[in-house]
Design a binder for this molecule. Structure first.
Ligand code: BG6
Length: 481
């Protein structure tokens, strides 16, 4: 029988263990994995399929959102095979080519360090693609390049080899339930869209904080830093969804066209703004946890940033003079991603000081939902005003166990829907924005400069206070080392 073959380069790696195998298993539990589906996990380790499955079941037990069900595992494990090969060696691809010969759909998943993307593509081109009857799809993990120049190089190679329509540039944030919900909430409700502009919105904050450090990813993170690791991909994607114009329809390309216009109109930070409205930080350590510079594979005098806060603007009619503040960092007090929209105060017959700005918060993770704060009469008083809150938590509802981002994204790749993947021009404009910051920011660093589990260096607080605003993060704790 002709099959759908899902080839994972990096089959024994961390991403496969934590995300890909659990996601595929969960798709199986929902009956969303086609019957004729086969995983070929490629790795250099000396394993066979049986030994690989022993590791796979442990990974699923540890990382799957649903508990392991042995009947479903039985069905799923029949779809897994292991192929020992060295993907750096051209000759090793011969066997893979034979295995894929009669497939009706082939998906190559590059779950390896980015420096291998080129070698794998070139070897596939030389040894495997001519064996196939169909055009394969390729899924590329971030980071897509290291800067604009390297991204262009990689993109040209991939387009030449696979064709743009077969390339799936993954940004797992796009698979998160609440990110998908942003468009629904904006465009399916008549109460939001008319006020979604500079007449009514005072500021927008995008905050993505993590409590974890860099884990064991020193080699990668030293090359990346928070600007490349979070801003270039996830956070600019959040920004484009929150700021895009209404698409005429829900076609993949129409939505992507609107998102790309936002990125195209992002105002590059001027030198003065880079000095005044960009704060980079690096976490220090304590008795219990290592400082960034003490992590494995990190230089003892590393100047890589683990924290970024900045202000930017979008140069179009809708967003005239509305500041977008972005803050992200590792070793902050909470794990949380939120987009906070603060509305302007309008003229009103009540005391100006009593009135609070309305707030609308998209809670992306870990809690998924919407929070809305508005002014109301304090009961029992003649005219006192109090802010009241409506808090909708989607994943607190009984019976809702949102799929992991990777489940949704893998399902989409299998059925050939690229809407939730980034198109080349989105990547290109994001790099332009980030490259400019990296090239112009001050090289002089006083790292480490914030205490672990604080909200970052106090300069981040001072930066936003210059605009007579505050970070709307609820907790207040900024601490320089
Ligand atoms: C990854 C980054 O893309 O996203 C990591 O490389 C980061 O450094 C992670 O920790 C955050 O993802 P999530 O889904 O945990 O917010």
């Amino acid at each position: 029988m002709e099959k759908i073959k899902f080839v994972i380069f990096g089959g024994t790696g961390d991403l496969t263990k934590r995300k890909l195998l659990p996601a595929l298993y969960n798709l199986e539990t929902e009956n969303l994995l086609p019957k004729d589906f086969e995983v070929i996990a490629v790795g250099r380790r000396n394993l066979n399929s049986d030994l690989y499955k022993e590791k796979a079941i442990i990974a699923i037990q540890e990382y799957s959102r649903k508990e392991l069900d042995l009947d479903i595992w039985e069905k799923f494990q029949k779809k897994i095979n292991y192929l020992k090969m060295n993907f750096l060696k051209e000759d090793d691809y011969h066997h893979l080519g034979k295995l894929l010969q009669d497939s009706k759909q082939v998906i190559f998943y590059f779950a390896v360090a980015p420096e291998y993307f080129e070698t794998i593509t070139v070897n596939l081109e030389k040894k495997v693609l001519k064996e196939l009857k169909i055009s394969p799809q390729v899924v590329i993990e971030k980071p897509f390049g290291y800067d604009l120049t390297s991204a262009i190089f990689l993109n040209n190679l991939l387009v030449k080899t696979f064709g743009e329509r077969n390339i799936y540039r993954i940004d797992h944030y796009l698979g998160k339930e609440m990110l998908q919900n942003i468009m629904f909430i904006r465009f399916a409700n008549s109460i939001f869209e008319p006020i979604w502009n500079h007449h009514y919105i005072e500021q927008i904050q995008i905050i993505s904080s993590e409590t974890l450090g860099i884990e064991n990813r020193g080699n990668y993170y030293e090359q990346a830093g928070a600007l490349r690791d979070m801003l270039q991909s996830h956070l600019l994607q959040l920004l484009s969804l929150i700021a895009m114009e209404k698409p005429d329809n829900l076609d993949t390309e129409t939505i992507r066209n609107e998102k790309v216009k936002v990125l195209e109109n992002l105002k590059p930070l001027s030198d003065d703004e880079i000095r005044d409205y960009l704060v980079c930080g690096q976490y220090g350590g304590s008795d219990e946890i290592p400082a960034y510079r003490e992590e494995a594979n990190v230089g003892i005098d590393s100047n890589t940033e683990t924290f970024v806060a900045l202000r930017t603007f979008i140069d179009n009619e809708r967003w005239q003079n509305v500041p977008f503040y972005i803050l992200t960092g590792k070793r902050l007090p909470v794990k949380k991603t939120e987009i906070i929209i603060q509305f302007k105060k309008l003229s009103s017959p009540y005391h100006e000081e009593e009135i609070k700005n309305n707030l609308l918060v998209f809670k992306i993770q870990p809690e998924e939902g919407i929070y809305f704060e508005f002014n109301s009469k304090k009961p029992g008083t003649p005219r006192e005003i109090v802010p009241v809150k409506m808090d909708f938590c989607q994943n607190c509802e009984i019976g809702i166990n949102s799929p992991e981002a990777y489940e949704r994204l893998l399902f989409d790749v299998i059925r050939g829907d690229a809407t939730l993947f980034t198109r080349w021009d989105e990547v290109e404009h994001s790099w332009r924005f980030v490259d400019r910051i990296i090239a112009s920011r001050s090289k002089k660093k006083d790292f480490p400069n914030y205490l672990a589990f604080s909200w970052g260096p106090v300069e981040a607080k001072e930066m936003i206070e210059k605009d007579k605003k505050n970070w709307l993060t609820l907790e207040e704790k900024y601490e320089n080392l």
